[in-house]
Design a protein around this ligand. Sequence first.
Ligand SMILES: [Cu+2]
Length: 156
Amino acid sequence: MHFKKYLVGVAIVVSLVGIGAGLNKPVMAHKVGLIDAEIELGMKDFTFDIKVLRSDGGAAEMKDGVLNLKVGKTVRIKMKNTGGVRHDLHLGKDADKGNELYKNNPFFPYDMFELDVASKGDLTLTIPDKPGDWELGCFQAGHYEAGMKKPFKIVK
Ligand SMILES: [Cu+2]
């Protein structure tokens, strides 16, 4: 598990827990509040599976197969790497594969999460007032090109 850029000044609560092998790293608790929705985000070779587990007030909904997240809501993303290789999660748009990031990132300065094989972690985000079409993707070498990306929307 590795943070390229640390989270500063963003309403985010993160805890990442490795399965087995003694990895147990609560990373930070920047904001504690009510969770409006919970999403399961499976990371596989080479795709993401998104499932809404719980949602109050339209905080997180699948519409035509696309995850919609509502501005101002607090959403917990329960990530799990069930693949055979390391994966990461980036959120943004305009992929810059050379630099392994999105040029536009609604959660800046939060950048990305990397999950080792058989690891899981919870990421809690307050959805910023940046409505529009966004994407989540993995920039491990070759993964984005192999289709490891999914659109999502931020809606008012
Ligand atoms: Cu990947």
